[in-house]
Design a binder for this molecule. Structure first.
Ligand SMILES: Cc1cc2nc3c(=O)[nH]c(=O)nc-3n(C[C@H](O)[C@H](O)[C@H](O)COP(=O)(O)OP(=O)(O)OC[C@H]3O[C@@H](n4cnc5c(N)ncnc54)[C@H](O)[C@@H]3O)c2cc1C
Length: 452
């Protein structure tokens, strides 16, 4: 095996190599592996197994928190595997394991196509899609996992296999939503959609109007078709020079929305929200690939702490609970508390879909704050829990793995039946539990041992 593929704790680049995108996570694996090809991945898996080590695949480390201890584990980072190929005629993309969303949306846009990317340009395509993938276009086109047509993966023997509807169908089912417990994905193929422009933007209101704005948004979402996806959100920007002056140190209640309906119909739909009198209105017709900047997510590694929740619904009492714990006067240290409108195609299970093909709730919450120090992280985590506890009456009883940054029980992520089926696939393809995922599907025997 090439030496440069493996970085060990005494190596000069060790601290750089073990970094996660989330800088608050201190990853201490036995080794870091940096493959450049599927062949390298196979060699690394065999190298790890010969030494009795496990393998944790990682794209960017956006969701590194729940991985936990990486003792006796090779952290396999796919960041050097960055190939993107667009088949314009078939409206399909093939991407290698380390590709970031912005790299796909920009390449697809050259052919008048759009992908089911998330809100952030630098989230990894593979990690996001294996967890489901809630996109700005998902109320119309469903979870990103439902658009996957084939997956290439290095298995526990270090062999490259392909999973699609016709071959390794159980594995194909498990990977679409079931996460990284089954092998190292080396490439994904998925459908693209013929969308060039969207009508999208953000309405900014003072945070003090939070209850009024969220209530109006809540009424509004019941009136919109699947072509419209939106977010209601509290934002408290830190006073950092990197931010433009109109945002720096300011706090807002915002409504973000994307419409596939064209300018006139979108303007008509937005009228009730605009009548609330926002202090800033950025709605415009924009190229679809610009959507990955609408949400204002950080585009480089940051230290953060946060967690999500799936809500069965959102009524006035829920909005009051949110305002009390994260709105004006709450002294919340959270940078962002957002509610994403689900429903539409996100609510519909797909025939032939994977382990997760829909979202079991009407709204998805994600609350996050900066954690540059241990104390700051502790304060943020405490506030996130306060928000989650206040909203507990509206807990849909399920977690969404991409927004779950704590270890959740498999049954809560997938439901009982699906989790049992995932465990069966795990026992078949990785009986020695070589692969370590942030949201692990455990071997049935491991679970019994842990419960004992
Ligand atoms: C700023 C921000 C914005 C976000 N926006 C959205 C959004 O709009 N919609 C949404 O659904 N989610 C969103 N997320 C959540 C994001 O999708 C998850 O954090 C996802 O797990 C990130 O994937 P990653 O590969 O970048 O991260 P990683 O932490 O590298 O990967 C997460 C897990 O995926 C698995 N994995 C990754 N690569 C491989 C591989 N090659 N083979 C096998 N398993 C692998 C592993 O189990 C790994 O632990 C956001 C997160 C952040 C921090």
């Amino acid at each position: 095996m090439k030496n440069e593929l493996i970085v060990l704790p005494h190596d000069r680049h060790w601290d750089e190599a073990r970094l996660a995108w989330n800088l608050a996570v201190d990853q201490q694996p036995a080794a870091v592996a940096l493959p450049e090809s599927a062949r390298d991945v196979g060699a690394i898996v065999r190298w790890a197994r010969e030494r009795g080590l496990r393998v944790a695949p990682q794209g960017t480390g956006h969701n590194a928190h729940p991985l936990g201890s990486l003792a006796h584990t090779v952290l396999l980072k796919t960041e050097r595997m960055r190939g993107v190929a667009i088949d314009a005629r078939a409206q399909r993309a093939r991407v290698e394991a380390g590709v970031l969303w912005a790299e796909v949306t920009e390449a697809a846009a050259e052919h008048g196509l759009a992908a089911l990317a998330g809100s952030s340009p630098d989230v990894g395509v593979v990690g996001y899609t294996l967890g489901g993938g809630v996109s700005w276009l998902s109320r119309r086109y469903g979870l990103a996992a439902n658009s996957v047509t084939a997956i290439e993966l290095v298995n526990a023997e270090g062999e490259l296999v392909r999973a699609d509807a016709d071959q390794n169908a159980d594995l194909f089912w498990a990977l679409r939503g079931g996460g990284g417990s089954f092998g190292v994905v080396t490439a994904l193929e998925f459908a693209l959609y013929p969308i060039t422009d969207v009508h999208a933007g953000v309405l900014f209101f003072p945070l003090e109007r939070g209850a009024e704005v969220l209530r109006a948004w809540r009424r509004w979402v019941d009136t919109v078709p699947d072509e419209v996806t939106s977010v209601g959100r509290f934002l408290q920007f830190p006073p950092v020079p990197a931010l433009p002056e109109h945002l720096r140190g300011q706090s807002f209640a915002v409504i973000e929305a994307v419409s596939l309906l064209g300018q006139d119909a979108s303007d008509e739909l937005l009228r009730p929200l605009r009548e609330l009198g926002p202090q800033l209105d950025t709605f415009a017709t924009i190229p679809a690939h610009s959507l990955d900047r609408l949400h204002m997510d950080p585009e480089h590694p940051v230290p953060g702490a946060g967690d999500g929740m799936v809500l069965s619904d959102l009524n006035d009492a829920a909005i009051d609970a949110l305002v009390q714990t994260a709105g004006a006067g709450s002294h919340s240290p959270l940078l962002s508390v957002e509610l994403r409108h689900a429903g539409g195609a996100l609510a519909r299970k797909v025939p032939g879909g994977g382990a997760v093909s829909s979202v079991n709730g009407r709204f998805l919450l994600f609350a996050v704050g900066m954690a540059p120090t241990h104390d700051a992280g502790t304060a943020v985590k405490a506030q996130v829990e306060l928000v989650q506890n206040a909203l507990a009456p509206w807990d849909a009883g399920r977690a969404y793995s991409n927004f779950a940054t704590k270890r959740e029980r498999g049954e809560r992520l997938f439901g009982d039946l699906t989790y049992r089926r995932l465990q069966t696939v795990k026992a078949t393809v990785d009986p020695d539990d070589v692969f370590r995922s942030n949201h692990p599907v455990r071997l049935p025997a491991t679970e019994v041992r842990q419960a004992a």
